[in-house]
Design a protein around this ligand. Structure first.
Ligand code: GTP
Ligand code: NA
Ligand code: MG
Length: 280
């Protein structure tokens, strides 16, 4: 892509951390705070990936990680989808094994981290224990005179959420993220399943280009033609641009998390690439 074809795109923010430290709760809280009530689909989380608009008008794409499987698999396949990692650490539990795993993932992928010290509402909360624990893993937060932004939050009360969003916006500006929306789409599968009613469904994060209804594509060892695109609110949409998570219908089979989706010119091309990959 030429420089003039590149346009600013939203950051893709992945929430990582130890089990039960509040990743999903934090995402739900952000979504509830930022989704206008009465909007179609309301606040029901449709897919484990969604976009919000901050009060400053910036769009952010969020990915939840129930485990690190998808993230690891994507990285090993070279599909780096994440621009920023939010490391969620519960203030009443501090650094735990999966916290360390998440730190190692972020470092290996060279992705900047923001630490969200969650559950600050609990009376057992000890945010300084989190900060000193992190030091041992060479994560030096701002309050310890380091460079990693740290924000005290509570998914339960909403405390610190705006500050967290500001921290993301700031980090994102430094990254100057860009993509060309005017080319054949490429994306990465976040999750995929075989739906009884709808057939194979893949949640794809668009990385470059724009995916449209009717586009022919190959994804991993599968191929298809976009029958429908569904956004994070469960609405059918006509197209999805860079950094947007979208459900794709119209696959011949179920791909795997981390598989890369590419739009092709013809059906024959898509099938040929899929078959070639299947044999490889
Ligand atoms: P896994 O996806 O299973 O790894 O867990 P998770 O990190 O997504 O944590 P989840 O959001 O499921 O929260 C775990 C528990 O902590 C739930 O009972 C939440 O209600 C609780 N919890 C999450 N955030 C907060 C918080 O800020 N304060 C309090 N008091 N409880 C919280
Ligand atoms: Na949980
Ligand atoms: Mg969760």
């Amino acid at each position: 892509d030429k420089d003039e074809d590149l346009k600013a795109r939203p950051p893709v923010v992945t929430i990582m951390g130890h089990v039960d430290h509040g990743k999903t709760s934090l995402l739900d809280a952000i979504r509830k705070a930022k989704v206008v009530s009465g909007e179609a689909g309301g606040i029901t989380q449709h897919i484990g990936a969604y976009q919000v608009k901050t009060d400053g008008g910036q769009v952010l794409s969020f990915l939840d990680t129930p485990g690190h499987a998808a993230f690891t698999s994507m990285r090993s396949r070279g599909a780096q989808v994440t621009d920023i990692v939010i490391l969620v650490v519960a203030a009443d539990d501090a650094v735990m094994p999966q916290t360390i795993e998440a730190i190692n993932h972020a470092k290996a992928a060279n992705v900047p981290m923001i630490v969200a010290i969650n559950k600050i509402d609990k009376h057992e909360a000890n945010p300084n224990k989190v900060r000193t624990d992190l030091l041992q893993h060479e994560v030096i937060v701002e309050k310890m005179s380091g460079e990693v932004q740290d924000v005290e939050v509570s998914a339960a009360t909403g405390q610190g959420l705006d500050e967290l969003l500001e921290a993301i916006a700031l980090q994102s500006e430094l990254l100057e993220l860009k993509a060309n929306p005017d080319r054949a789409a490429q994306g990465a599968v976040i999750e995929a399943k075989l739906d009884v009613g709808r057939g194979p469904v893949a949640t794809v994060l668009i990385q470059t280009g724009t995916l449209r209804q009717g586009d022919i594509f190959v994804v991993g060892e599968q191929y298809g033609k976009v029958r429908a695109l569904i956004n994070d609110k469960g609405e059918r949409i006509k197209e999805a641009g860079p950094s947007m998570p979208v459900e794709v219908l119209g696959l011949n089979g179920t791909p795997e998390a981390g598989d890369v989706l590419n739009v092709t010119d013809t059906d024959a091309q898509a099938r040929e690439i899929a078959e070639y990959r299947e044999k490889a």
